[in-house]
Design a protein around this ligand. Structure first.
Ligand SMILES: [Zn+2]
Length: 107
């Protein structure tokens, strides 16, 4: 019974220590990426924090609107030498209404 309490206490201390360390790492990551996060948010990008906050992934949500052109199947041309009329030869179309550029950072 006594050993059980000792094990519980050690587990609790270890969990507290790991939580404390994870919080410190996350705070360090927040300080490290602060200016990059602010810039990304100003651009309207999505910011995802990695494991323990020590990495970041930035993504422009406008990429969700790109799709392969259904007319030329992404080739940009149906007949050789003639660009696709649906996608103007890019092989890619924009779905829905374009997102506004209001969130763009202008300095
Ligand atoms: Zn096309």
């Amino acid at each position: 019974m006594r050993a059980f309490h000792g094990t519980q206490q050690r587990d609790g201390q270890r969990r507290w220590g790991i939580g404390f360390l994870a919080d410190r790492l996350r705070a360090a990551g927040d300080r490290l990426f602060c200016s990059d996060d602010e810039r990304a948010i100003a651009y309207g990008w999505q910011v995802r924090s990695g494991r323990f906050g020590l990495s970041r992934t930035y993504r422009d949500p406008r990429f969700d609107q790109f799709a392969e052109c259904g007319f030329c199947h992404g080739w940009g041309s149906v007949f050789p030498g003639h660009p696709c009329v649906q996608c103007a030869g890019t092989g890619c179309i924009t779905m829905g209404e374009p997102l506004p550029d209001e969130g763009r950072l202008v300095r």
